[in-house]
Design a protein around this ligand. Structure first.
Ligand SMILES: [Zn+2]
Length: 345
């Protein structure tokens, strides 16, 4: 209330160009008493809400005509938005250059998004989506990124949710649940279900890449000494892995046991730490590699070439894991997929 009283005492000021045109046919007065002189027809084109408002109230204001409802004969429309929000919103409606989004003021962008939704101004919503994506891509604190995820859910922006959810893969669910976000009071628990379902799908996709039969099925030719078609003459144990080369044609291949154990260690590390992206994922693969290399070194025939080839394979594996998450993006995975479905994939 103190703020409102202070606002009501504030001197009325006129907005800067192009919203200071005395020939305008409407004055929009903001909560902090700045007056924007605007052309109704422009607003009506950009906003169906304004269009409806003007069609039923040709001479605003119609209900309580009083001297304060007009500014030198031009009707005043009082709005609850601040002058900063309204300035950006109106510039997006007007045929002028779009304003630059502030790179670090997330509150301002969220306020403009809320106003864009309220007045159904599509161009403002698109502008905010772009600004919020840029914000997420920049190095801001993780709780700010989660805040954008919550806002995206609140307003139903699925693409932005997916974009932020991917960035949040570097955080554990425990981290995310501990983040205090003001907008959490405006969303329901299904938001967390959707986030969890997405993360489950990502984890399944990443761990699938660490399956030996997947790689044996991809590799057209043996990759010695990682795997050969028959029994090796060296001292390394081998594992018999059945691989389907076509629907009804199954063959047995024989990778070295240290290759299979390396992949098992990668899976265990990913499951234990849930780190599916960037440096964290590389750390998981490195951990498994450090355990595997001494095993390879014990075989005099595999030692040199085996360690080199295993390192090369580990790099390819890391890349394939990262790309498996990108494929979820490109296949337009939607959060609306039910939780039960996600757990069966
Ligand atoms: Zn060997």
């Amino acid at each position: 209330m103190a703020t409102e009283n202070k606002s009501s005492l504030r001197k009325i000021v006129t907005a800067s160009a192009p919203f200071n045109n005395p020939a305008a046919d409407l004055v929009v007065r903001t909560s902090d008493r700045t007056q924007f002189h605007v052309v109704k027809a422009v607003l009506a084109v950009a906003s169906p809400v304004f269009a409806d408002m003007f069609s039923v109230a040709v001479n605003l204001p119609s209900e309580t005509d009083s001297p304060s409802d007009y500014n030198e004969g031009t009707p005043i429309l009082n709005v609850t938005e601040s002058s900063g929000t309204m300035d950006t919103l109106l510039r997006l409606c007007y045929p002028v250059d779009n304003p630059e989004a502030s790179s670090d003021d997330i509150d301002a962008i969220i306020d403009i998004l809320a106003a864009g939704k309220k007045y159904e101004i599509e161009v403002a919503q698109t502008w905010c989506m772009s600004a919020l994506k840029n914000f997420v891509s920049a190095s801001h604190p993780d709780h700010s990124k989660f805040r954008i995820f919550v806002v995206a859910y609140q307003w139903g922006f699925e693409d932005l949710m997916l974009f932020v959810a991917k960035c949040l893969l570097t955080n554990s669910m425990a981290d995310i649940l501990s983040m205090s976000i003001p907008e959490l009071t405006k969303v329901d628990a299904r938001m967390f279900q959707r986030l969890w379902a997405y993360r489950q799908k990502c984890e399944i996709a990443v761990i699938r890449q660490a399956a030996i039969d997947l790689w044996l099925g991809k590799w057209k030719r043996p990759w010695a000494p990682l795997w050969i078609k028959g029994i090796s003459v060296c001292r390394c144990k081998q594992v018999k892995v059945p691989v389907f080369v076509s629907e009804n044609n199954r063959i047995d291949l024989f990778p070295k046991v240290w290759l299979c154990e390396f992949l098992d260690d990668v899976k265990t590390a990913v499951r234990a730490r849930f780190c599916l992206l960037g440096q964290e994922l590389s750390t998981n693969v490195e951990y498994a590699l450090r355990r595997a290399l001494p095993k390879v070194a014990k075989c005099s025939e595999c030692s040199s070439g085996g360690r080199r080839e295993l390192r090369i394979f580990a790099e390819g594996l890391t890349l394939a894991m990262q790309q498996s998450i990108d494929l979820i993006d490109s296949s337009k995975f939607k959060f609306k997929r039910k939780l039960a479905q996600a757990s069966t994939l």
